[in-house]
Design a protein around this ligand. Structure first.
Ligand code: MG
Length: 317
């Protein structure tokens, strides 16, 4: 049976009046949800996600975990239909959990959006999840470098979230738990403020998980605190013995990236109505990544058509 020691912390930051991040941390499951949407939408969406996971309590396999996330997506959409003022709300979700039916023990990860799960390794942080964000798509396609993405003004724009589209693509992994491993779940309010090297330094220099969690949030608020910040630090302190451990800990993967990101037309506001405008220009989260790319593609098509037309006129004139 895998045993955990964990600590968590969350803070509204210095700019937002409310905290739309929510977290779940108990002996079986850890989750971070970063809500977005006008009025109270963001808070409601992230609360639906975390409450549903808390009630569910145990998960048997990663496929069950994916199903659980899909059900939460439907629940958020249905709530938005019942309460028009909540329409358009959404949330990210990143989950780390014990898989109950695995022998030997396995952990399950599921992710939608741009919250992250890291594992502390000797020389830095290993990011298990992939961000479903505009900048990540641009990095993947070679249009941005990693360091450009880290400071890009539109780095808050997500390409996948729960509550936006009836068909949600969930990335999931199954991992080997190893005693001594330290994991970090966090919302973007942490890694957009604090450099990964500094996060690594805090995670390796602080002892108990709760101390590390408090220190990370404090550092993020002190650095800028422009967004809500949520972190959960999880230490594996007991696990079934295993003969061989893969370096990345991964024993199974269910990833939807190859199917492309879900795209919808609707922008999702990332600040409740009535709150002061956020100083960052990236306050709106749009789920329309390919729009930019398709305009580029269209420009190329138009250019080709013009060239061909000119050539034909030259030949037949
Ligand atoms: Mg955030």
């Amino acid at each position: 049976m895998t045993g955990f020691e964990f600590g968590s912390a969350t803070h509204a930051g210095k700019v937002r009046r409310s905290n739309q991040d929510q977290l779940l941390a108990n002996d079986l499951m850890f989750a971070v949800a970063d809500g977005m949407g006008g009025h109270m939408g963001g808070e409601v969406a992230s609360a639906i996600a975390v409450d549903a996971l808390a009630v569910a309590a145990t998960v048997d396999t990663i496929d069950d975990l994916i199903e659980r996330v899909e059900e939460i997506n439907t629940e958020i959409i249905n709530r938005g239909r019942l309460e028009p003022e909540l329409r358009g709300m959404g949330t990210t979700v990143t989950i780390l959990t014990n898989l109950q039916q695995s022998r030997p023990d396995r952990l399950g990860i599921a992710n939608v959006g741009d919250s992250r799960l890291y594992r502390v390794v000797d020389d830095g942080l290993y990011q298990h999840t992939e961000d479903h964000s505009l900048v990540e798509s641009l990095v993947r396609d070679g249009h941005l470098t990693r360091s450009e993405a880290a400071v890009h003004p539109q780095r808050n724009i997500v390409t996948r979230a729960l509550g936006i589209d009836e068909r949600v693509l969930v990335d999931a992994w199954e991992l080997v738990p190893v005693v001594g491993d330290r994991y970090l779940l966090c919302s973007d309010g942490l890694f957009n403020e604090v450099h990964e090297d500094e996060i690594h330094e805090i995670l390796t220099s602080t002892g108990p998980a709760q101390e590390a969690a408090d220190e990370l949030v404090e550092r993020s608020v002190a650095t800028g605190g422009r967004d809500n910040i949520t972190v959960i630090v999880v230490d594996i302190n007991a696990a079934d013995p295993v003969d061989e451990v893969p370096n990345d800990r991964v024993t199974a993967t269910r990833k939807a990236l190859e199917h492309g990101d879900v795209t919808v037309e609707q922008p999702v506001a990332d600040a409740p109505d009535g709150e002061p405008a956020d100083p960052q220009p990236d306050e709106m989260r749009f789920d329309t990544v390919p729009t930019i790319l398709s305009w580029r593609a269209m420009a190329v098509v138009v250019a080709v058509v013009v060239v061909v037309a000119v050539l034909l006129m030259a030949i037949f004139a």
